[in-house]
Write a protein that binds this ligand. Sequence first.
Ligand code: AMP
Ligand code: MG
Length: 493
Amino acid sequence: MTARPPIFQFDNSYARDLPGFYVAWEGAKVPAPELILFNRDLAADLNLDADLLETPEGAEIFAGVRQPDGASPLAQVYAGHQFGGFSPQLGDGRALLLGEIIDSAGNRKDIQLKGSGPTPFSRGGDGKAVVGPVLREYILGEAIHALGIPTTRALAAVTTGETIYRDGPKPGAVLTRVAASHLRVGTFQYFAARGETDKLRQLADYAIARHAPDLEGQSDRYLRLFRGVVERQAALMAKWVLVGFVHGVMNTDNTTISGETIDYGPCAFIDAYDPAAVFSSIDHGGRYAFGRQPVIMQWNLARLAETLLPLIQPDDPDKAVDLASTELARFPDLYRSAWLSGMRAKTGLQSEVEDDQDLFETMLSTLQEQSVDYTLFFRHLAEAAVGNPQKLRDLFMNPAQIDGWLERWRQRLEREGRAVAEIKAEMDSVNPVYIPRNHLVEEALQSAEAGEYHLVNTLLGILKSPYEEKSGFEAYALPAPAAFGPYQTFCGT
Ligand code: AMP
Ligand code: MG
């Protein structure tokens, strides 16, 4: 009998190249692994044989109780600023990097288990995860991906057969997460805080090999590594804000070098437009409010810059500060121009006019004043482009207040000189009908806690093509009924 080829073609560069940056570790034993979700589309992108993984053996692998051939499971060490305060040692307290594989596009991907049991970095936590937060990360991550936003993704979710106590007994679960890497701003902070410059250089060179290979061997590569992170994160913040996403815990340990969205905890999408929107139960001061995300990201990037100073200009600290500051100072303009071009697309505009910023700000302040649903506004605006403004006007308690703006926008559209039907189609291709609305996510998670997954599957199916109206699913496009009340999310650790 010929040996079966391994399920994963692991090539574990982190384990191999960065000894001292992790602890080799294994998942905890659990009684009854059961696969509840498996992402066949993603498995195909990863060149994985879904038929081998959608099996009891796959469930054991995704629960962390069976090591697939070639894996080198490990818990990564990192530090991080949490709500502004520095923790010198965090690390994977409930996650294991199984290893890395090369996807069908030739890109290296981490395969990580989250919730697979305690590690030396658990700091008193149980190292576990429960089904609600695991599925929230699955649903929100896949939704963000379908919206064209860089993100880690979910390959699988299993329940473990354990009962885990949070705010009551909950079914234990493990998420399998796929990421361009798990390098965080906090990974750099860990070694910088310890003054381990050699390790920092090793880490930076590893990050360059993975995320900016063009820079390998260049003398100014560390500065340019930083430049790349600034650019990716400015683009990411614009995308979050344009779609109405609130991450909720933008600590530096939850900020990637790759520019992917990571660590979906108490995150949510806004319904009514409100820059002050906060959903997380632990964000008392509104530090990570919807509208503050770009400013916070720049703060996080300043923390990254600090760690890189000794690499950027080892013999001239002042020069290093100057160089890094110049890169960091580009962030607001990079963000602003990415946001402006995204908002132009959302409102059917291609040309650039000086006045656009004011056009958009006027629009947003009216949305805010009247608590208008942010997502529906743009879908209905596309209808208004072809002469049907009624649905849009119906979103406003006082529609007269938007009429003046609508007239100004129509005049601006005329300057585009394109057919309105074409403009509507363009707008509909960038403005989602469906986002993971809080009441729908909540309803799906509650039924999953009771062992029923059909609502989760329905929601995932709809969110996969968010720009396409699906008949029979009109309710999925609507904001929460008033009875749902104000929404709060919990970290779910
Ligand atoms: P997070 O808020 O999910 O980004 O996690 C922050 C830190 O807490 C990370 O170091 C996690 O590994 C750790 N952590 C979160 N939940 C748990 C848990 N249940 N057990 C152990 N460590 C945890
Ligand atoms: Mg985290």
